[in-house]
Design a protein around this ligand. Structure first.
Ligand code: GRF
Length: 218
């Protein structure tokens, strides 16, 4: 891989992380370009954002396929045709199947709104509130076949305040997601994070990357 990295971004929802990536690229702080945005639903607001920013978009809706494996195969083929360096899940609400995973080994990243391995799966901020933890945050990790189980690349931390509900906590987490995701993509682009043969840090310690993007706690 050589910078700028070509990205395929998979979305299901609002697309604030997609916007953060596009903004960082435009600002010159993330050595990448978003080649394509793929949504699993036609009404994902992130699609409109991508179109207004001039990015090629595709909708590959699972409901359009009789079998989940057929959806997975179509997604793998469509992504492969764009030849991205990285596939980035930015609020993509479906588990990828074996065809996509096999086509992009160690090349798929996900951003999750909790400090994995705590609170995997859906509603991570609500899980954190229910567990009455004092800190939470976000994680960028490599995707494997499990639910939010792949190798962690970077994390950033926020406090959980006594007055927080899940919505307030998620909003605070999203602020650091928008810094962490472009920072990790950039670190991969410039060789500070290697993905082969196993994900590992080269030029930066994990704590260095973390302190770069984590706001002070109090
Ligand atoms: C983010 O909180 C991300 O961590 C989770 O889904 C949310 C997507 O938000 N996987 P957005 O669509 O990027 O605004």
């Amino acid at each position: 891989m050589s910078a700028p990295l070509s990205l395929a971004v998979l979305v299901s929802g609002r697309g604030s992380n997609l916007r953060a990536l596009l903004d960082a690229i435009e600002a010159g702080t993330c050595a990448a370009r978003v080649d394509t945005v793929v949504a699993d639903r036609a009404n994902a607001p992130a699609l409109e954002l991508a179109r207004t920013r001039g990015v090629f978009t595709q909708v590959i809706a699972a409901q359009a396929f009789a079998e989940r494996s057929a959806w997975d195969a179509e997604l793998a083929a469509s992504l492969a045709a764009r030849r991205p360096d990285l596939v980035v899940l930015a609020g993509f609400m479906r588990l990828l199947g074996s065809a996509v995973l096999a086509r992009f080994p160690r090349r798929i990243l996900n951003i999750h709104p909790a400090l994995l391995p705590a609170f995997p799966g859906v509603d991570a901020p609500a899980q954190a509130i229910r567990a009455r933890v004092c800190v939470s945050g976000c994680t960028v990790h490599v995707v494997d076949a499990g639910v939010d189980t792949g190798p962690v690349l970077a994390q950033a931390v926020v406090p959980v305040l006594p007055s927080d509900d899940a919505r307030a906590l998620h909003a605070r987490i999203q602020q650091i997601e928008h810094r962490l995701l472009p920072a990790v993509v950039h670190a991969i682009a410039i060789g500070k994070i290697a993905l082969d043969p196993e994900p590992r840090f080269l030029g930066a310690e994990p704590s260095e990357l973390g302190s770069l993007v984590s706001p002070p706690l109090w």
